[in-house]
Design a protein around this ligand. Structure first.
Ligand SMILES: [Zn+2]
Ligand SMILES: [Zn+2]
Length: 447
């Protein structure tokens, strides 16, 4: 029996039709277990016949190509027995190394899809989730909350906010927040959908039990009700330069109500701080100051439009306050956005801000402990407005996507240095982000 040539015809992976000729070859000859070809992405050892017997593989073949046929009695039975598997990087529990696992490709529910991941990212939140700093994390889980990819399969209809149906093959990103209910007190009365108790977040509060729900994987399950945005021909890297930091920063700048001519101070020079810097200028700030570290991130902040920068490691607390006052007529910043992850920075943000100014706290998404301040001196007597800023909603994500893909407005993000890591390098990526050795780390599952 001659095995059929590998990769000879274009059956899309998962095609339901029985292609002529191949159906014939699948039933020809000895109905035993020899593999005649391979499904794209299915390791050889996954092939079994309809009785579950391990298939024998033809000598010298690899599972590289797109065409496959197993010498099973019927094509449909072959499909039922050939569950494709997807490579994913998993955080098994807090502080344990990231593991590579092969997980079954999901059966699609009505109005769902399968995304072939192009790029995802490693942000500060992933580092903190790895350290166990968020109580809602359902370990084990696949990290990666903001992701770009191609819709490989759609079952039923996935629609955008204009009611247009997405097509298979389209490139999209999607809001990581899912299942906001629009029926609870927070959704309907408080109008704070980011505090909806029913919301779930891909890569954060969805775990392995929920399927392929993080971007650190070759494929991701687009569950029914997931809000996708078409990216068209936009470069995946261009979009991911904003990544999750951009909508978070957009929300923070919105909470800060920046006015034309304001001086805005950004604490933190990570992806959220850098995006906040660009967006504060876009919102009308005359000058944007940035206090952060290390120096290469501050050089990036300057390239992105910061009026002045200060490395917080090179100046004592009193010197930092003096530095801000020297640049704000002795009063302090009109608006300060804290994007650091350090609780003490929240108190500093209050002290750096002028009386009757605003402080937005966006850098404490995960729990870094307590800090102390003087309510009289730091808050009440200053008549200060301190605002928390939790997560982001579709309005921030959609506007962020439009801004980053705009050739003019999106240009400042192109100066941001991106570093790619494969799934097998996820531990290195987490360490590099934790140590501030890279400005923006991306996960490229094809590497
Ligand atoms: Zn709700
Ligand atoms: Zn993030």
């Amino acid at each position: 029996m001659a095995p059929s040539p590998e990769g000879t015809a274009g059956i899309p992976h998962g095609a339901s039709a029985v292609p002529s000729g191949l159906a014939e070859s699948s039933t020809r000859g000895d109905p035993s277990t020899e593999v005649l070809g391979y499904f794209h992405g299915v390791p050889k050892e996954r092939y079994t016949d309809t009785a579950g017997r391990q298939a024998r593989t033809a000598a010298g073949r690899t599972a590289r190509t797109a065409l496959a046929i197993l010498n099973a009695p019927r094509w449909i039975e072959l499909k039922a027995n050939s569950v494709a598997h997807v490579l994913a990087a998993v955080i098994p529990r807090p502080n344990a190394p990231v593991e590579l696992r092969e997980l079954p490709e999901p059966a699609l529910e009505p109005d769902s899809g399968l995304l072939a991941v192009e790029l995802s990212e490693v942000c500060g939140t992933d580092v903190y989730l790895h350290q166990g700093r968020l109580v809602d994390t359902p370990y084990p889980f696949i990290p990666g909350h903001v992701t770009v990819g191609r819709l490989e399969k759609i079952r039923g209809r996935l629609i955008d906010i204009d009611g247009r149906a997405f097509r298979e093959g389209e490139r999209v990103t999607f809001l990581d927040v899912h299942r906001t209910c629009h029926a609870c007190y927070y959704c309907l009365v408080a109008k704070a959908t980011t505090r909806c108790p029913h919301r779930k977040v891909y890569g954060i509060t969805y775990g392995l039990a929920d399927g392929l729900t993080g971007g650190w994987a070759r494929k991701l399950y687009i569950k029914p009700g997931t809000r996708c945005i078409a990216l068209g021909d936009a470069n995946a890297e261009t979009f991911m330069a904003g990544g999750c930091g951009l909508p978070t920063a957009l929300h923070a700048v919105e909470r800060g109500q920046v006015s034309l001519g304001d001086t805005v101070l950004i604490l933190g020079s990570g992806p959220v701080g850098l995006s906040a810097l660009i967006l504060a200028a876009m919102a009308g700030a005359l000058r944007v100051l940035c206090i952060g570290a290390p120096d290469d991130r501050l050089a990036t902040a300057r390239a992105m439009g910061a009026s002045d920068v200060l490395n917080f490691q090179s100046a004592a607390a009193a010197d930092r306050i003096a530095w801000v006052r020297e640049r704000t007529g002795g009063r302090g910043a009109d608006v300060t956005i804290e994007a650091t992850g350090a609780p003490s920075a929240v108190v500093e943000a209050m002290r750096f801000t002028r009386d009757n100014g605003r402080v937005v706290v966006v850098g404490q998404y995960t729990d870094h402990g307590e800090t102390a301040f003087n309510p009289h001196v730091d808050l009440n007597k200053k008549h200060l407005d301190v605002r928390g800023c939790w997560g982001s909603d579709f309005s921030h994500f959609e506007r962020g996507a439009r801004i980053i893909t705009d050739p003019v407005r999106g240009a400042p993000w192109s100066t941001l240095k991106l570093t790619r890591y494969g799934l097998g390098q996820a531990n290195d990526a987490l360490a590099a982000v934790a140590d501030g050795k890279v400005i923006k780390a991306l996960i490229d599952p094809a590497r």
